[in-house]
Design a protein around this ligand. Structure first.
Ligand code: TPP
Ligand code: MG
Length: 577
């Protein structure tokens, strides 16, 4: 039998290092999945919702660096991929989406399930191709793979079934993927930077995901410059551990002395970060330099004194011998002391946790961090789970932390954890899920985990509300609205579906319940943790408008007859606010 276009597709994807394809089959995709079955080198992971498959793929691709494939069939199946592909774009994950397409003879006739892939994927995809002629095969598939891998993001191949099952042209299926290029700033800019660093009395560093490869160099530079190191959420796992200069995160999830360090330094070095919350960055009183390999990131969040294009590892390596060592450690010591005092404050609900009911999420997260293995992978849903992950889950050298940090979609944690459980068998993969997030996407595909007996631990923050939005609404000074809902007993639901279910209502059961969940290896576990729905999570630095908003919201709630709730909320949080 001669090779079909779909055969060449999988051959090339396997050569590029693809191990898995997540998705749901459908008629337009039949020739594609039939070829995948024939090929045998790539595992097909059938899911119950295409979006779940993409979030699983994003986490796998982000951590392994290998491209991962997702698929959805023409029209609605393809639409379900979209939110996950936006996440891949924002988180920088190499994903190749195979979108089923209508037969090539009826393209542009408004056929059933027809969707224009160019228009539809425009916001998410780095490269979109519609394979309407077998002669395109090698060129478009290799471009889709190379773009995904080298530009770290999603690409889309839209393939009509008739083209997938057509004979492949006699073209070599070989192609090469270059290793990432080394990017260094120009000599002029580099010299300027060295002068600025040498002239500054105090320097602070703020690092993001771009420090992933250059983390050791950044820490070494910080030590040489006596510079405190703050980080974004995406930078935390690279810069927090084994870093004597770490001062925590700034921003909405912020903790520690990062905000002060960034604002009180003479010079701020922003390294590999596209941190979007400009209001947490200093103004003109601090000189600012940004270094990033992506020129689009430079200067878009704040006005700079100098912007340099370069990857962090090689730029900072070059800086290390070029800058003079700073000798005055007073600034650094002050920021570290501030960080330590904030850490003590954060311990309030962790230490008091065993005696407080409803369970404080701080206590739950800190206990989870303490019990999990040294190489555990943690995933947090967008919602309050992110705050508890940021503040109470310790990263460590071999631990990994991930979420929809830049796209901020709900419902990412369970599928993220599932993807990594498949990619890293034997490693603890723990999802800290919101009850809103889990019921949005996680519950249906719990069946996928059950069928495969994949040991994913999902800890659900059962607070019967969209708590993060509840906090946002109060911050905006409005009466909380549309944020409450009722839950079933998730442990019983999980058991009925075939997973292990553990319900924790009492603070004294937290440790034992989590330990039991972490020890379970025979499939997925759902820990239904009934937590305090009124736990507030204020940033370490609260902008004035936040404080005003809470005051206003509390006042409005009192006037509308909710005095009890307001008093309860203030009482429950006095230790932290
Ligand atoms: C798909 C999607 N829909 C809505 C939002 C807005 N949003 C952000 S956090 C959040 C609440 C999440 O609630 P839950 O999962 O219960 O977590 P909690 O904050 O209660 O811990 C919502 C609705 C979003 N980010 N993504
Ligand atoms: Mg909730």
């Amino acid at each position: 039998m001669s090779k079909k276009v779909a055969d060449v597709l999988w051959e090339m994807l396997a050569k590029a290092g693809v191990k898995r394809c997540y998705g749901i089959v459908g008629d337009a995709l039949n020739p594609v999945v039939d070829a995948l079955r024939r090929n045998g080198a790539i595992e097909f992971v059938p899911v119950r919702h295409e979006e779940y498959g993409v979030f699983a793929a994003v986490a796998e691709a982000y951590f392994t660096g290998n491209p991962v494939v997702v698929c959805g069939t023409a029209g609605p199946g393809v639409v379900h991929l979209f939110n996950g592909l936006m996440d891949a774009r924002k988180e920088g994950a190499p994903i190749i989406a195979i979108a089923g397409d209508v037969e090539s003879s009826i393209i542009d006739t408004s056929a059933l399930e027809e969707l224009n892939p160019y228009k539809f994927f425009e916001a998410a995809s780095l490269y979109t191709a519609r394979l309407v002629n077998p002669e395109q095969t090698r060129a478009v598939i290799s471009t889709a793979i190379r773009t995904a891998v080298l530009e770290k993001g999603p690409t889309v191949l839209s393939i009509p079934g008739d083209v997938a099952s057509a004979d492949a042209p006699d073209q070599p299926a070989d192609f090469t993927i270059a290793a990432p290029a080394i990017l260094r700033p120009s000599d002029t800019d580099f010299d300027k930077l060295v002068r600025m660093i040498d002239e500054a009395k105090t320097v602070a560093i703020f690092g993001g995901d771009g420090c992933r490869e250059g983390r050791d160099e950044v820490v070494e530079l910080a030590c040489k410059l006596k510079a405190p190191v703050g980080y974004s959420f995406r930078g935390k796992q690279w810069l927090e551990h084994e870093n004597p200069n770490a001062v925590g995160m700034t921003g909405l999830m912020g903790y520690g002395g990062a905000y002060n360090a960034l604002h009180e330094a003479d010079l701020l070095l922003m390294l590999g970060t596209d941190f979007p919350f400009s209001e947490f960055l200093p103004g003109a009183s601090v000189k600012k330099v940004q270094i990033d390999k992506n020129p689009k990131h430079i200067g878009r969040r704040t006005a700079l004194d100098l912007g340099l294009v370069g990857d962090i590892k090689s730029t900072v390596s070059a800086l290390l011998p070029a800058v003079s060592e700073k000798t005055d450690g007073e600034f650094l010591a002050r920021q570290i002391a501030h960080t330590e005092s904030f850490h003590k404050l954060l311990q309030h609900y962790v230490e008091k946790g065993p005696a407080i009911k409803p369970i404080r999420p701080e206590f739950l997260a800190a206990t989870l961090s303490e019990l999990a293995s040294d190489d555990a992978m943690f995933f947090a849903d967008t919602g309050t789970a992110c705050i508890w992950l940021a503040r109470h889950i310790y990263g460590g050298k071999n631990r990994r932390l991930f979420g929809s940090f830049s796209w901020a979609s709900m419902a990412n944690a369970a599928p993220n954890a599932f993807g990594c459980a498949l990619a890293y068998p034997g490693r603890q993969c723990i999802a800290l899920s919101g009850d809103g997030g889990f019921t949005m996407l996680g519950m249906g595909d719990l069946l996928t985990q059950i069928e495969r007996r994949t040991p994913v631990v999902q800890v659900i923050l059962n607070n019967e509300k969209f708590d993060f939005v509840h906090i946002e609404q109060q911050e905006a000074g409005i009466i909380p609205f549309g944020v409450e809902f009722k839950n079933p007993n998730f442990a019983k639901v999980a058991e009925a579906m075939g997973a292990k279910g553990i319900r924790i209502e009492e603070p004294e059961d937290v440790r034992e319940g989590l330990a039991e969940a972490l020890a379970y290896k025979d499939g997925p576990v759902v820990v239904d943790a009934v937590v305090d729905p009124l736990a507030l999570a204020m940033p370490s630095h609260s902008p004035l408008h936040t404080v005003k908003g809470f005051t206003l919201s509390f006042a409005k709630q009192v006037l509308s007859g909710r005095l009890d709730t307001v008093i309860q909320e203030i009482e429950r949080n006095v230790g932290i606010v």
